[in-house]
Design a protein around this ligand. Structure first.
Ligand code: GLC
Length: 713
């Protein structure tokens, strides 16, 4: 470590000012594959290096890669080890594409269910988000690729994302919005990307307190801080706040030529752009070019700040071996990566309701219904989009798994993906070749779907939403005529199963009319095989909800002042009470609570005991005649806090997942995160009130099976 510091120090001393300035600002990638590119300094052996999106797969332009499930699906596994493995696989694929830094993971908290990028994030709970942020970072950095925790901080909506001011009190920032970033730093993340938005009046790229004082000062972050694309507001403000690297560094006109083909018409452009109010201004670039040199010359930015910027960047290149030219070839589209993508999709599938219709009998005659059953739901729109080598649609997955007859009917018009590539100036998709769009012989009809349902033993209806970066959802209803399709099929079919593929909570008004309901998020390339394995019982649905499902009006940020904000300001007036914490405090019943999810097995819990201050132990028995996966969850209920201090009813403190054979009993230890006992006091910092804490152990935040007292003095 010491010799790396010395080596980087010597490099910084040897670099000319002009060379230093070239290292703190992006440039066009001569190979045209990277999302962001920094030219090297050949004279001193500093290599060029490439940054690439994204959390769901490597998006090297014009190249294919494994399309992993969305981050929300990964978090629904409640198994951070899978996060580490996905991070490692992403990193190997990045190296195979000649990329050095991954612009992943996205670790923002799910604050509002409408946010168009919730699919790229992990949870409404800061501990779960932190565990998955750390897991992905460890996986990526362990493969000697630089991970990027994004978007720092409080980027919780896409509506007006480049300007909205998040008005958040300090305690809420500390207890809700910062923990996942802090966990990423503690896990060794090499870079942090600042968000477009403002926090308490200051753009994040200019935010001295949160970037220089908290991230770098208090947490000791030694990597570099990179802007979001066209996300700098100023030269002096950003440099002095602690920004180290401007991306992409050049105006969009210099980065990409005009979109291929004739592009959208003027009218289309206006219409679509108008509905995408989260588009950055692609002309805002070059802040860290001459303007930075001038700012240093006139003393507005200390010269040693430039040295620090360069030192941080070179320090991360050195750390992953890039200064030694060390770069293994990585691996792409391997059987291991494909298996992992399917495993995560299966483990992340949440069985919300099942009256016993599932698992399906092998020989059942099944109607596979839904407007998009002919295509996999890979992910959401925007910079996270990935083009896989191959993918399996629900129709293909179900047809290859079924032993009985399968009839297919779309029922209603397709739900269109919302892809912003043609309209997000800095994100351009040159897909390897035009993705074949299936032509259909006839228009879909609900009558056709009803007929298919009537003639089958069971109807499986696949429905979806379409979410994307740069736009939030207008509401939580399924788009198009999908609700009507479900209601018509449920009225006609003997038994109906509904599978939802969404980027977050959706309203399910017909849930009592169907026999089973699953949430499978955006499952990535393994879509059809993963859902078929779960529906036929080959694999137990392992998922639990990382976000609360409820009616839109029951969530905490329903007033416009809270979301999407008024006059450019979103007031986080709900404070600590995000997600299940709100429903608990309000005594309101969600549709499906945080942590909810059935297994095909059935579990009995023994009495919990505290083996020490930080561990609770419980015996779990599988009462079923088949193997099942259980996610044991531990929540902490604090004692009454000092007057005037609000505290949530319960807070997630730990989870443990276990695979239990039929009839087996296992003892499970759940490690409790100490911060679940603490609260943040703006004057005193983290405080743990003395008293008796009740640890609730169970299957979800609302399904407590046993409790045990734990004292804090
Ligand atoms: C986008 C996204 C960010 C992405 C970057 C590069 O604006 O906010 O997540 O990594 O630009 O595509």
């Amino acid at each position: 470590m010491a010799d790396t510091i010395d080596r980087v120090g010597r490099l910084v001393s040897a670099l000319t000012r002009e060379e230093k300035l070239r290292l703190v600002r992006g440039a066009p990638d001569p190979e045209g594959t990277a999302t962001g590119y920094v030219p090297g300094v050949e004279r001193l052996g500093v290599p060029e290096y490439r940054l690439v999106d994204g959390p769901l797969g490597v998006r090297a332009e014009g190249e294919r890669a494994t399309a992993f499930p969305a981050s929300l699906a990964l978090a629904a596994t409640f198994e951070p080890e899978l996060a580490r493995r996905q991070g490692a696989a992403l990193a190997r694929e990045a190296k195979a594409r000649g990329q050095d830094a991954l612009l992943a993971p996205g670790v923002n908290l799910v604050r509002v269910p409408q946010c168009g990028r919730n699919f790229e994030y992990f949870s409404e709970d800061p501990l779960l988000a932190a565990r998955f942020a750390a897991g992905v970072v460890e996986g990526i950095q362990g493969e000697d690729v630089i991970a990027t925790a994004k978007h720092y901080v409080a980027n919780n909506q896409e509506r007006n994302r480049t300007d909205v001011n998040a008005a958040v009190d300090e305690r809420t920032l500390r207890e809700r919005y910062l923990p996942a970033f802090r966990a990423a730093v503690e896990a060794g993340v090499g870079s942090v990307m600042t968000a477009y938005n403002r926090v308490n009046g200051t753009h994040m790229s200019d935010h001295r307190y949160l970037v220089r004082d908290v991230l770098k000062g208090e947490w000791g972050f030694e990597g570099y801080v990179v802007s979001d694309w066209y996300g700098l507001e100023s030269t002096v403000g950003a440099a002095n706040a602690g920004l180290d690297l401007e991306m992409p560094g050049v105006p969009v006109t210099e980065l990409h030529g005009p979109a291929d083909g004739d592009g959208p018409t003027e009218a289309e452009e206006d219409a679509d752009v108008a509905s995408l109010d989260g588009i950055p201004d692609g002309t805002r670039a070059g802040f860290f070019g001459e303007p930075l040199a001038d700012a240093i010359d006139d003393g507005a930015v200390p010269a040693d700040r430039l040295d620090d910027m360069v030192r941080r960047i070179l320090g991360q290149l050195a750390r992953v071996g890039l200064l030694d030219g060390r770069r293994d070839d990585g691996a792409i589209d391997t059987p291991e990566h494909r298996d992992l993508a399917e495993r995560i999709a299966v483990r992340g599938t949440v069985l919300l309701e099942n009256d016993g219709v599932l698992p399906l009998e092998d020989g059942a005659n099944v109607a596979v219904i839904g407007p998009n059953v002919h295509e996999p739901t890979l992910g959401g729109g925007g910079s996270s989009e990935t083009t896989p080598f191959s993918a399996v649609s629900p129709r293909e997955g179900m047809s290859s798994r079924a032993a009985g007859e399968v009839t297919v009917a779309r029922g209603v018009r397709e739900i269109e993906d919302v892809s912003l590539f043609d309209r997000l100036p800095f994100v351009e998709r040159k897909s390897p070749e035009d993705e074949g769009v299936e032509e259909h012989a006839s228009d879909p009809s609900i009558e056709e779907a009803v007929a298919a349902a009537e003639s089958a033993d069971v109807a499986v209806v696949f429905v979806r939403d379409a979410t994307t970066e740069a736009r939030d959802r207008d509401d939580l209803r399924l788009p198009g005529e999908q609700d009507a399709l479900i209601e018509s099929v449920a009225a006609a079919a003997e038994r109906t199963v509904v599978v939802v593929n969404s980027g977050g909570p959706v309203e399910v008004p017909w849930r009592e009319d169907v026999e089973a309901l699953l949430e499978a998020w955006y499952p990535g390339q393994a879509h059809g095989d993963a859902i078929a394995a779960v529906l036929y019982g080959d694999r137990d649905p392992g998922g639990r909800l990382p976000v609360t499902f409820a009616r839109e009006e029951d969530y905490p940020a329903t007033e416009e002042t809270r979301y999407p904000g008024v006059d450019g300001e979103a007031t986080y007036a709900e404070g600590l009470f995000v997600g299940y914490r709100h429903f608990d405090a309000a005594g309101r019943e969600p549709t499906y609570p945080f942590g909810h999810g059935h297994s095909y097995a059935d579990f009995r819990y023994g009495d919990a005991t505290a083996t020490d201050r930080a561990t609770v132990r419980v015996a779990v028995e599988n009462l079923a005649e088949r193997t099942g996966r259980e996610v044991v969850q531990a929540y902490v209920r604090p004692p009454a806090a000092p007057d005037g201090i609000a505290r949530p009813v319960r807070e997630l403190a730990g989870v443990a997942t276990i695979e239990l054979p039929a009839g087996a009993t296992r003892t499970v230890d759940v490690e409790l995160d100490e911060r679940a006992f603490a609260r943040y006091d703006p004057e005193r910092g983290w405080v743990t009130d003395a008293g008796r804490y009740v640890v609730e152990v169970g299957r979800s935040s609302r399904d407590v099976r046993t409790t045990v007292g734990v004292d804090r003095d």
